[in-house]
Design a protein around this ligand. Structure first.
Ligand code: ADP
Ligand code: MG
Length: 353
């Protein structure tokens, strides 16, 4: 018995020395919070050898994010920069040459569209901008908040065919064959940006956690002896509370929820993810979290899953390798894939099936 116990102890010690990264000597945890980029709170945590080293890396990451924010900006123009605003304004006249991060993002979304993924359509801008205007007006003047007329939405929907966006990979240009089309990359831009900045951080400070609002990218294990980073998942019924904690490293975690951006009309909430079939806010899910390596894919999928009944979304996730998800349904039911349950603090017990 004693022997067996000793063997077990030796085995677990041996395992822990294999599995647990040793505490890296001389490394300390530093953090930086910035507001105003991507309309959200950015947090960067990382293990470095000195405050000065961290400051330099964090400055680089924030400068990179600011530049991406300008390139992906749909609302403002910047001298000499053919950003998203510029494309939406001029790409119907003639092909517009755009900077690589934006062109690559559009191409990536086009590939998904060509594969038949239709719930997340970045060419839905004509419809989304109507909802955006009504939401903004409703937030400014809650007493007179109203819904966009369906005829207006349907007329805009005629101009949402992504096939009318012509991407020339050689010249890196974008052209709108339909002059009334417009692009809205809100469903994928933050995840895409987190990947680009994450690649920079992987080189400079591989042990990091970067959070852009609901988009998180985790680098390698924290350099303090822990294997994983802890990433909490908000309780959709009580955004101040926590549903569970995910333990992971070298992965992206993205959450979309109906409690983030919404306005109220006649006592009912209308959030910001629009179902292309009904042209109304999607009505299936309260919040959804996706975990996989690519932040762009995780962000893209959270929006797509929002616009599908759970069963359909589950079939989609089960068909993809290396992608895990958690759904919070409106009736309080929580579903999660086995792979995600294995990452949770509760080992799946927070599932309320
Ligand atoms: P968040 O921006 O809150 O992180 P999402 O990643 O789900 O949430 O993106 C929501 C944004 O995506 C909306 O604000 C809008 O700009 C855009 N969007 C809404 N519905 C769709 C849709 N069906 N397809 C593509 N983009 C959408
Ligand atoms: Mg998204």
């Amino acid at each position: 018995m004693k022997r067996a116990l000793l063997f077990f102890l030796a085995l677990s010690l041996c395992f822990s020395s294999v599995l647990l990264p040793a505490k890296a000597e001389g490394y300390q945890k530093y953090s930086r919070v910035e507001l105003g980029i991507f309309d959200t709170e950015i947090t960067l945590i990382g293990y470095c050898r000195s405050q000065q080293e961290f400051n330099e890396i964090a400055d680089g990451a924030m400068a990179h994010l600011k530049e991406l924010n300008r390139i992906f900006d749909a609302y403002n123009s910047y001298a000499g920069l053919n950003n998203l605003w510029y494309i939406n304004r001029y790409a119907d006249d003639a092909p517009v040459e755009v900077p690589s991060p934006l062109f690559d993002l559009l191409l990536w979304c086009k590939e998904k569209w060509d594969e038949g993924w239709r719930q997340n359509n970045i060419a839905l801008g004509a419809v989304l901008s109507i909802w955006h205007d009504y939401r903004t007006a409703g937030l400014d003047h809650p007493q007179t908040a109203s819904l966009p007329p369906m005829e207006e939405l349907q007329a805009a929907y005629l101009h949402t065919d992504f096939d009318q966006v012509i991407l020339d990979t050689e010249k890196q240009t974008v052209y709108f064959a339909d002059p009334e089309i417009s692009l809205d990359i809100g469903a994928v831009a933050k995840g895409y940006a987190a990947d680009l900045v994450g690649d920079y951080l992987e080189e400079k400070m591989p042990s990091f956690l970067l959070s852009l609002g609901g988009n998180i990218r985790a680098g390698i294990s924290p350099q303090d002896g822990r294997v994983n980073w802890g990433v909490s998942i908000q309780d959709p019924d009580d955004p101040a509370g926590m549903l569970d904690v995910l333990y992971l490293h070298s992965l992206s975690v993205v959450t979309s929820g109906d409690y983030w951006r919404y306005y109220v009309v006649d006592g009912k909430r209308y959030h910001h993810i629009i179902d292309p079939d009904t042209l109304m806010p999607a009505d299936y899910i309260q919040a959804v979290t996706v975990v996989c390596e690519s932040g762009a894919l995780a962000d893209y999928l959270t929006t797509a899953l929002f616009v599908m009944p759970y069963e359909e979304g589950r079939a989609l996730i089960d068909s993809l390798s290396g992608v895990e998800a958690l759904w919070s349904l409106k009736d309080g039911t929580i579903y999660m894939t086995d792979g995600l349950a294995a990452m949770t603090r509760s080992h799946g017990a927070s599932s309320r099936e």
